[in-house]
Design a binder for this molecule. Structure first.
Ligand code: GRF
Length: 203
């Protein structure tokens, strides 16, 4: 199973996914990393791991469609069968979602990790939302991706307690520890489901 990871920043989830492929937890190869900003942590992590990196800066394309067509060309060129969004700060358009649609799965072969329960908070700042609104617990969710903002079908979710006295940093550290555990596990389970199915991109 050839996976592409799309990332915009630090890349700590990418690092854990790479580790899971090395330990054998995840029977897949990270065959491509796509970043949309130059010099981000995810780019360094990918290069250090010897994974091909493509930089497609959205600011370098006239519109979202042109940006996504460039990404789709890279996915096809690398025979990618599953796309993982790991801190990728762009909402996908129907073009890319449709490009990876798998009729047998009834979903696009795209998954994301969201630092909250999407039923309670959608957007990029899940840990900040939990602190600012005084939640006593929040969640981390791995979900399929559709054209909406964190609206796709959840694959796996785990609760993250908010402790008295938590700051954004302490809550984020606790949440990231959960992300780093459940994301590779959710990918392992999904890859097992997809095995034997027709790759939608590589063929
Ligand atoms: C994570 O908190 C993830 O849930 C969110 O963006 C952050 C990415 O972190 N979508 P990293 O780049 O994987 O370290």
């Amino acid at each position: 199973m050839r996976i592409a990871v799309l990332a915009s920043g630090r890349g700590s989830n990418l690092a854990r996914i790479l580790e899971a492929t090395r330990t054998g937890l995840l029977s897949a190869e990270v065959a491509l990393v796509v970043v949309n900003r130059p010099g981000v942590g995810a780019e360094t992590i990918a290069r250090d791991a010897g994974v091909p990196v493509v930089l497609e800066d959205d600011r370098g394309h006239p519109d979202r469609g042109a940006h996504e067509r460039a990404i789709a060309r890279a996915l096809a060129a690398h025979g990618i069968e599953l796309v993982v969004l790991a801190g990728y700060m762009r909402i996908l358009t129907p073009f890319l979602v449709g490009f990876l649609y798998d009729p047998e799965l009834g979903q696009s072969r795209i998954v994301n990790i969201h630092p909250a329960d999407p039923a309670r908070y959608r957007g990029p700042d899940g840990y900040g939302w939990a602190i600012a609104t005084g939640q006593s617990e929040t969640a981390v969710t791995v979900h399929f991706v559709d054209e909406g903002l964190d609206t796709g079908l959840p694959l796996r979710q785990e609760t993250v307690p908010v402790e008295p006295g938590d700051t954004l940093d302490t809550l984020r550290a606790r949440g990231l520890a959960v992300e780093h555990r459940i994301f590779p596990e959710a990918l392992r389970d999904l890859v097992a489901r997809l095995k034997g199915a027709t790759p939608c991109v590589a063929s």
